[in-house]
Design a protein around this ligand. Structure first.
Ligand code: URA
Length: 235
């Protein structure tokens, strides 16, 4: 349980003094009840706090699903290119946001943006083996031999041995790939090792979390708690 004034200060509503004045002037409600005492205590994760009728995000951390379009880099800052952070709308934006894991500039699809370092570490750490699913359009149709090679574990052109992965032929020149590591350009390099070129790549899933098909390219929304948990539960 935390003090209401402290929560509002941490959400950037104002200084301690300003926030106390705002609360006393009857502009803040907690779970639809007007609260005029700055020292009022609540659980920031569970209660709904409104200021002038607008809901504030009082949660300690935020977890955002982005449908990443091509042309944006997975970084917080970049001198030349636009970053995925620039796609976060004002109502979800906070200081300290960063992409949890990287997609290449030309890769599209599911990306998580958060301000929770521990969560991002769990998601990206090779030790945790969170499966990532990609849809790849290729210059050739893979063969059953390619499927077997993925299953066995590809050895990249530079000699790096990869963990066993899954390759599913979806249709002519289109395949679905499941990997549980996140090496630089991994999917492209895996296909290169089998003499194929990736023409288009989209991430569809992280663990059991599926990209929301209603989310247009470049749009974001907050993850639900169930979605957050799905990442670590299912493939
Ligand atoms: N593998 C790649 O080659 N690129 C990505 O963006 C993600 C996985």
């Amino acid at each position: 349980m935390e003090r209401l004034d402290k929560i509002l200060v941490s959400q950037g509503v104002g200084s301690r003094k300003e926030v106390q004045k705002i609360i006393r002037s009857k502009r803040v409600s907690v779970d639809s009840k007007l609260v005029t005492k700055p020292e009022f205590k609540l659980d920031a994760e569970l209660s709904e706090v409104t200021l002038d009728g607008q809901t504030l995000n009082t949660k300690k951390h935020i977890y955002i699903m982005l449908n990443k379009p091509s042309g944006f880099v997975s970084a917080t800052e970049d001198n030349l290119s636009r970053t995925v952070i620039e796609l976060v709308p004002d109502e979800l934006y906070r200081r300290g946001l960063f992409p949890a894991g990287r997609l290449d500039k030309d890769t599209e699809g599911l990306m998580i943006i958060t301000d929770d370092g521990d969560f991002a570490h769990r998601l990206t750490s090779p030790k945790n083996h969170v499966w990532k699913t990609y849809l790849a359009e290729l210059d050739k149709t893979p063969t059953d031999e390619d499927v077997k090679a993925f299953e066995k574990g590809i050895i990249l052109e530079d000699g790096t041995s990869l963990l066993p992965a899954e390759l599913e032929i979806v249709s002519d020149k289109t395949a679905r790939v499941r990997i549980r590591e996140g090496k630089f350009h991994q999917v492209k390099k895996m296909f290169a090792a089998r003499s194929m070129r990736v023409m288009y790549l989209r991430r569809e899933k992280i663990g059991g979390l599926v990209l929301d098909s209603n989310l247009t390219k470049g749009s974001c929304r907050e993850l639900t708690n169930t979605e957050k948990e799905a990442i670590f539960v299912v493939k």
